[in-house]
Design a binder for this molecule. Sequence first.
Ligand code: IPE
Ligand code: IPE
Ligand code: MG
Length: 245
Amino acid sequence: MSLPQHVAIIMDGNGRWAKQRFLPRIAGHRAGVESARQVVKNCAKQNIKVLSLFAFSSENWRRPVQEVSYLMELFLTGLEREVSMLHDNNIQLRFIGDRSRFSEKLSKKIAEVENLTNANTGMVLIIAVDYSGKWDIWQAVRKLACEVSQGTLQGSDITPEMINNKLSFADLPDPDLFIRTSGELRISNFMLWQLAYSELYFTDTLWPDFDASELEKALAHYAGRERRFGYSSEQLSELICSNNG
Ligand code: IPE
Ligand code: IPE
Ligand code: MG
C-alpha cells in the first residue's frame, strides 16, 4: 500500500463533540489532546515521515478569552506531559506559527522541547499554533522584500522556489495527504501553498473520535488515489513502465 510521507490534519470538531455530551467546550479540547496523542503514536508506528497537526489558527484568537487561555494552558501541560513519550519514540517536534503572542512560559517550554528533540531521526511532528497559510506566505514575502531593499536580490529574479524556501516547511516534503475531521469542507487558512497537490480527505468523524481505524481509512483512501501532478493518466502508466523496465 502506498503510504503518504507527509500527513497534515485539521483537528476539528472538539466543541461539537463536547456539546453532544452536554459538556463544556474545554472537555472537547481535552479529549482532542488524547486523540492527537494516539494519532501521533499510530503515525510513527506506520512510518509516516512527517505529521502536521493544526492546533490553533491565527483566527482562533477570536474565540472567547477563557477558551483561548484554556487552550494555551493545554498546549503547555500537554507538552510537559508528552515530551518524554515523544523523545522516547525518536520524534522530532517543531512548532510553526507566529510565536510573538505566546506567554513567556509557553515560549520557553516550546524552545526547550524543540532543542531536546532536535537531533531525533524518527517522525517529524509539526504543531501549527497561531499559524495560518496567509501568515506563512506573508512572512516569506517580507523576507524576500527585505533582500530586495538591501540590494542583494532583484525583484524580477524572484522564483517560486525562492518563496518556497522562505516558508515554514521549506526543508520538508509538501503534505501528500490532508485530513479534516468534523464534516467541514474547507481549508480554513491551513497550508495554502503546500497543499497545492495534496490529496484531500474529509470525514464527518469529530476529532476526539478519530482513532486508529479512522486513520487506517484515510490512509486506504490515499493509497487508492492516482496522483497526476498535471500529467495524463496514460503518461503516468508509461512513466511507471519505463521506470520498471
Ligand atoms: C478544533 O475544534 C480545535 C480548535 C480550533 C482549537 P473546535 O473547537 O473548532 O470544535 P468545533 O468546530 O466548534 O466543533
Ligand atoms: C481550524 O478549525 C483550525 C483548527 C482546527 C486549529 P476552526 O474550527 O477554527 O475552523 P472554522 O472557523 O470552522 O473554519
Ligand atoms: Mg471548529
